[in-house]
Design a binder for this molecule. Structure first.
Ligand code: HEM
Length: 463
């Protein structure tokens, strides 16, 4: 199983799926891997037998605190504890309260596009969508108002972009393919200077919040505050970072086991806060850009969406959730262009794979290819056609839609991302008509499993 460096991952996964089928084995350098893309077998692996496949792909993430974030942690009790502290922050009630931030940031975005509507000039909207998503995640994770478009040199923007650098580095290739070698040579997967910046920022915010929470009753509705609020007893930890102390992963795990339920160390809180940028920024902005591409390419779909939006008197959380066509557009975009085109699970004990006659040996990495499953005509009739109405009364196998993963490790930010995409697209399409001003194919970055278009050139007209 390859880690393609000179092509986007989705073209590689689709080619392999067509050539070898839904289940096939291979090697990642020296590691044994098996691609499993059959929905029934995925149900076993991701849901029923989760205890045998609890981890994401093992790779070396370096010495930064990001290794303590839930995406990279093995799916043990430690991961469960952290995930259960984070989950209430992503409940519908909490997310509803965040819609006001998202709505305001969408309004700024719409106003920013006005000159292009007036001049009729073609422009690249990709980085503007990126700026919008950066403002949303900064406001909702840290409570910071960045205004990225007008402050591209803001340290939050500069450092987040350093972590999210779209070009695959050789350290990352080695970290994924040869984790032991990467560890031996202490290769950093993420930019250390940037993660240190977020570390300091989080600690500073925590100090301020601790102080303010003591003297006021008003609480902010950002993820940092919500994670603090969902902790039950942190008195013994007092949020003092132990980052200067050299501890082994085993000591960290033992220490974590001693923590009472509902408690995060300062380092863990920092790790989750940084993760929100990594997991939530580019995935969502790529999907908004991809949706604008499909809507520009399919004027009839855009007309139907504009019609639905016109009939909606206000864009609130409740109303947006029920807009059938809007939700169809977003799901159909995620089907054709799932932001993450590769997912994985690690097999931690020998496992009989359904009735295939295959036994997966312990230590094998299971590869899942969302983009390839989403283009399989057996699950999705006319798989390459953009058809938002196929979501009105969906008939697909639930595991044949893998954009947000599945089972206990399902994307924790799914509802947040859906809300953000609904609000942004609703306001954009309600206000402007989009036409494509570039070749009818998107160009994606090579070597990274993220379906993020490099550019999207459009023209807009006020409605
Ligand atoms: C369109 C947007 C997004 C897509 C397509 C997406 C997709 C995914 C996928 C495929 C996974 C792996 C799930 C699995 O292994 O079964 C994942 C995990 C995760 N996502 Fe998202 N995501 C998006 C937005 C977000 C946002 C906005 C946040 C947070 C604000 C977020 C936070 C996370 C976290 C924390 C995990 C790790 C969960 C765990 O391992 O327990 N994601 N996401």
């Amino acid at each position: 199983m390859e880690m393609p460096i000179f092509e986007p991952h989705h073209t590689y996964t689709q080619r392999s799926y067509k050539k070898y089928g839904r289940v096939y084995g291979g090697y990642d350098m020296t590691r044994r891997t098996i691609a499993i893309n059959d929905p029934e077998l995925l149900k076993d692996i991701m849901v029923k037998d989760f205890h045998i496949f609890p981890d994401h792909k093992h790779f070396y993430t370096g010495s930064s605190k990001i290794s303590q974030s839930i995406f990279f942690l093995p799916g043990d009790d430690n991961w469960k504890r952290i995930r259960s502290i984070m989950s209430p922050a992503f409940s519908s009630g909490k997310l509803k309260a965040m819609m006001a931030h998202i709505s305001d940031i969408s309004d700024v975005f719409i106003t920013n596009l006005e000159p292009y509507a007036k001049s009729g000039e073609a422009f690249n909207i990709r980085h503007k969508v990126g700026a919008f998503a950066m403002d949303v995640i900064s406001a909702c994770a840290y409570g910071i108002n960045v205004d990225t478009l007008n402050n591209p040199d803001h340290p939050v923007v500069v450092n987040a972009q350093r972590i999210l650098s779209v070009d695959l580095t050789w350290q990352q290739v080695i970290g994924m393919l040869m984790p032991r070698v990467a560890k031996m040579f202490k290769l950093e997967f993420f930019d250390l200077q940037a993660t240190t910046y977020f570390d300091k920022l989080t600690n500073q915010i925590l100090k301020e919040r601790k102080h303010n929470n003591k003297y006021t009753n008003s609480r902010r509705t950002d993820f940092i505050q919500l994670m603090i609020d969902s902790e039950k007893s942190n008195t013994d930890l007092g949020y003092d970072s132990n980052s200067d102390v050299d501890v082994t992963p085993q000591e960290v795990a033992e220490g974590a086991a001693k923590l009472s339920k509902g408690t995060l160390t300062a380092d863990e809180l920092t790790a989750q806060s940084i993760l929100l940028y990594i997991a939530g920024y580019d995935t969502t902005s790529a999907s908004i850009a991809n949706a604008l591409f499909y809507l520009s390419q399919n004027p009839e779909c855009q007309r139907l969406l504009a019609h639905e939006l016109k009939a909606c008197d206000e864009f609130t959380y409740e109303k947006l959730v029920h807009l059938k066509y809007l939700n169809g557009v977003i799901n159909e975009t995620l089907r054709l262009a799932p932001s993450l085109t590769r997912n994985a699970r690690e097999c931690i004990q020998d496992y009989k794979l359904g009735n295939t006659g295959i036994t997966i040996p312990k230590g094998t990495s299971v590869e899942i290819y969302p983009h390839a499953i989403h283009r399989d005509p057996e699950f999705w009739p006319s798989p390459d056609t953009f058809k938002p109405d196929r979501w009105f009364e969906p008939t697909h196998h639930p595991m044949a839609f893998q954009a947000f993963g599945a089972g206990p490790r399902l994307c924790i930010g799914q509802r947040f991302a859906m809300n953000e995409m609904r609000m942004c697209l609703a306001k954009l399409i309600h206000r402007y008509h989009f036409t494509l001003a570039q070749e009818p194919e998107l160009d994606f970055f090579n070597g990274v499993p993220l379906m993020s278009p490099k550019k999207l050139i459009v023209k807009i007209q006020s409605r």
